[in-house]
Write a protein that binds this ligand. Structure first.
Ligand SMILES: Cc1cc2nc3c(=O)[nH]c(=O)nc-3n(C[C@H](O)[C@H](O)[C@H](O)COP(=O)(O)O)c2cc1C
Length: 255
């Protein structure tokens, strides 16, 4: 198949999904545009058969965040190849690839590859703290080459491989809790600009609209004053639970 360009759509809170998405995009042998999914950055609606859509998202409670699906709602393919990247915090990617497979297939895309890759846990940051490592990003670049070669060897989209992803897909809202702000906040406004959901009001940046907040923790990541955080007990509870369930050395999986 002659693919001329790719759009790599990603949603990221603390930046690890962006790292993987960027590594993939930069390694593709054709033009690739990185597109951050934000409330104020709509994706184009229709994708043709000669382009590749790549979707990268963090795993929240075993699925992609609901916010991502809202941003991708109007996207439609027409026998368009799609590659799926699920980034997770060393516990499990659970149902996320299956969910993406089902939704994008229904939208007119054909899945040509998928990856479940490990990153620092954005709530319990002592889990897989160094990931993605340079090796992880190297694996992602290699995977981009594999996808490009796979597309090259396919005559038509009907030659796409058939995948079986684990899990079950159930309805639900997937989001995290809204962070709190402490007295160190000097109202610089960086979190207001950076929040992908538009949940922090410009005229009152010490607050967060918990209805809109995705719980992605971008504000925690970017605050120069370290004024934003989840409640300490929530972090301690998550860390204690994940220390038993997560494996920081978990290998990445490529399909
Ligand atoms: C609300 C929430 C739920 C999460 N659920 C899971 C999960 O089910 N399994 C897992 O391994 N990691 C989970 N994580 C961790 C993220 O998937 C992981 O840290 C990812 O790298 C975050 O991507 P980002 O840095 O692009 O925001 C969760 C994180 C958040 C904030």
């Amino acid at each position: 198949m002659n693919i001329t360009k790719a759009t790599v759509c990603y949603f990221t809170g603390r930046g690890t999904t962006k790292q993987y998405a960027k590594a993939f995009a930069e390694a593709l042998p054709f033009e690739a545009t990185l597109h951050e999914l934000r409330f104020d950055n709509p994706v184009k609606d229709t994708f043709g058969p000669d382009e590749l859509l790549v979707v990268a998202g963090p795993v929240y409670a075993g699925y992609l965040p609901t916010f991502m699906w809202e941003q991708l709602d109007s996207v439609q393919g027409s026998k368009t190849p799609a590659a799926l990247l699920a980034v997770y915090g060393a516990r499990d990617y659970d149902n996320s690839l299956l969910e993406m497979d089902q939704v994008f297939t229904k939208k007119g895309f054909s899945i040509v590859g998928a990856a479940a890759v490990v990153a620092r846990h954005s709530i319990a940051t002592t889990i897989a703290p160094e990931r993605p490592t340079e090796d992880d990003l190297g694996e992602m670049r290699h995977f981009a080459h594999t996808i490009a070669e796979r597309l090259d060897t396919m005559n038509t989209i009907d030659d796409a491989p058939i995948f079986t992803f684990k899990g079950t897909v159930e309805e639900g809202v997937r989001k995290g809790g809204a962070p709190l702000t402490n007295d160190a906040c000097d109202e610089c406004g960086i979190c207001v600009d950076q929040c992908p959901a538009g949940a922090i009001p410009e005229d009152n940046p010490e607050t967060t609209n918990a209805e809109i907040c995705v719980g992605c923790l971008r504000c925690v990541e970017v605050c120069p004053q370290s004024a934003r955080s989840l409640p300490e007990e929530a972090i301690a509870k998550a860390t204690a639970r994940l220390q038993k369930l997560a494996d920081s050395a978990k290998p990445n999986e490529f399909f």
